[in-house]
Design a protein around this ligand. Sequence first.
Ligand code: MF3
Ligand code: CO
Ligand code: CO
Length: 295
Amino acid sequence: MIGRNDKCWCGSGKKWKKCHFPDQGAIKTQEDLSKLYRKKYGILIKTDEQIEGIRAACRLASKILNATCAMAKEGVTTEDLNQFAHQMHLDHGAVPAPLHYGDPPFPKSICTSLNNVICHGIPDDTPLKNGDILNIDVTAILNGYFGDCSRMVTIGDVDPKSQHVVDVSHECLMRAIAVLKPGIPLMAIGETIESYAESQHCSVVYQFIGHGVGLKFHENPQIFHNRNHDQTPLAPGMIFTIEPMINLGKPDAVIDPHDEWTARTVDGKMSAQWEHTILITDEGHEILTTWKRND
Ligand code: MF3
Ligand code: CO
Ligand code: CO
């Protein structure tokens, strides 16, 4: 945790309390902090009770995600995965958040984004085949609380370039999470992700972003995965996703004009994404979605 008398994160050389400290020391209680963040940034700082509920939703989303990923083998269709995940939500008293979400309403219970699909792929009767890379994205609503996460799976023997973008996107996510603690500005996330992606000759999708989550599917703040100037300081009780979409080629996404959801790379090259929901704590951060890369 950055202290009031520590040097400000912005590099001004001034003490944090005299520089970017939120509201110059007027914050004495948790209520003051919540009020300030709601007014100034539109961010809902979560209470301990809400955090417990969101933690449970995140744990369940991760469990459904892991089980669905384990089913993804050659010959299985993305609709098979959707039906499996849908049933698992119901079995655990949860609701799949994607189903009927948005406008036009998303038609399925999970997103399955294959190869050159960046995100929001719609499950269908396409069988998985050797060499595919697939993102599965699960958002569960449990007792009114939301948990959002996604992972990549590789099918059989994947070519080295596809494997590279799978690895780079995971590393982008984990490096960005590692910098999170109170006082750090949101822009540190995009800086970390884009500089690592560039060093690996990959690009960062700018048309889709991470988001606050927990009481609703998509809340403030917006989490940019590219370099940006968002100076909003992280504060304990903030919950948001980081979900970098990393491309082998150009960063641009094109949305399918027929289904109005599927986002593909403009050049047909591969794309990969991993997503966690993260809580900012007094000491640093806690990853609420419990999946691990090799689950
Ligand atoms: N789960 C996605 C995210 O990470 C959002 C999917 S919206 C849907 O934010 F409608 F396509 F499901
Ligand atoms: Co998300
Ligand atoms: Co998601």
